[in-house]
Design a binder for this molecule. Structure first.
Ligand SMILES: [Fe+2]
Ligand SMILES: [Fe+2]
Length: 340
């Protein structure tokens, strides 16, 4: 039986049924048993005022003291049990990410949503505190996400549909990571400078961490809403090198990571930075990241510039940025968005 209660009256042990769609709250499922005070905190923080509880699956009353009555779903009705309150320490790789990745029975759209939200949490925490330990831990989470994108086509395609766009570097990092891993999967291994023999986990880490160096650039410049002065631009141009240094300090700088972090702003015609490389001097992985990077930048909302739709962005990149990218990589990127 469903009963409506105030979210502030929630208790550990209740089986909650959230009416909002799963995109509007931070949980994997709309219906689940509350196992920790942390989950109650999350519900309150998501802004839900009233929630439904299933009184047959979880506790439905809270007598004075620590004992609680249970419904049938938690054991024999009438038994009194004590439910431990678990305070999970903050982890860089969210437990719900691991849960989503392991849940093979989950609907692909729901799974993609859980992975996307968790990835954003992971990158947000990493960019707030990018110490070596966290960089290493982030790579573990990214490795799992890469495996899903490579092995579960339906989940990967859902991930492509649900990306959101904002000004935050952590959202951008996840979007670029997802897009670039998908693109790596579809770029033929046989094209010149192809990815054959490269470690996809390291490539994935490079894509997700491509802008890590921005945390070592003045945040006033990174967060500036408006065109940058030439001096500010020079500062921004240091982020590829700084990112390489950070990953190197964490002892995690492989050739695959280095190529992506250092070269995602290089351009086929030599107009990029930091080294002004051109043509096949730039590795394919650098071009893959570059295409995903530019696409996400121009489809994101920026106060001084109107964001473009997917179609407009692909058109803009084809018409205005011709000669900047590796043509075969860009052509494959366009195909990712073809209806199927
Ligand atoms: Fe960048
Ligand atoms: Fe970027």
């Amino acid at each position: 039986m469903l009963k409506r209660i105030k979210a502030t009256d929630l208790q550990v042990g209740m089986h909650v049924v959230l009416s909002a769609g799963w995109l509007n709250h931070p949980f994997l499922k709309n219906s689940f048993r509350i196992n920790s005070e942390g989950q109650i905190k999350k519900i309150l923080e998501s802004g839900l005022e009233d929630v439904m509880i299933d009184t047959q699956k979880g506790i439905f009353s809270a007598p004075a003291g620590k004992s609680t009555r249970t419904g049938a779903g938690m054991g024999e009705t009438g038994n009194e049990i004590e439910i431990p309150v678990e305070w999970e320490p903050e982890k860089l790789v969210p437990s719900d990410l691991l849960e989503a990745l392991r849940d093979s029975g989950m609907d692909s759209r729901e799974k993609a949503g859980a992975i996307y939200r968790s990835s954003i949490t992971l990158m947000e925490k990493l960019l707030k505190d990018p110490v070596a330990k966290n960089i290493r831990e982030a790579k573990t989470g990214i490795k799992e996400i890469v495996d899903i994108i490579l092995s579960e086509t339906s989940t990967a395609r859902e991930l492509l549909k649900i990306t959101t766009h904002d000004l935050y570097t952590y959202t951008h990092s996840v979007n670029v990571g997802v897009l670039a891993v998908l693109l790596s999967k579809s770029v033929p291994k046989s094209i010149p400078g192809g990815l054959a023999g490269q470690d996809m986990h390291e490539l994935g880490a490079g894509f997700f961490l491509h802008d890590l160096g921005k945390v070592r650039v003045d945040s006033n410049i990174i967060n500036k809403r408006g065109p940058l002065t030439p001096e500010e631009m020079e500062e921004v141009k240091k982020h590829p090198q700084k990112g390489c240094e950070m990953v190197s300090e964490a002892g995690e700088l492989t050739e695959e990571c280095r190529a992506i972090i250092l070269q995602h702003h290089e351009r086929f015609d030599g107009s990029g930075y930091p080294m002004g490389l051109k043509g096949h001097e730039i590795p394919l992985s650098g071009y893959i990241c570059a295409v995903a990077d530019v696409f996400d930048a121009i489809t994101s909302n920026r106060s001084y510039q109107k964001s473009l739709t997917t179609f407009q962005a692909l058109n803009y990149m084809k018409e205005k940025l011709e000669g900047k990218f590796y043509k075969q990589v860009f052509d494959e990127f366009v195909l990712l968005f073809a209806p199927r």
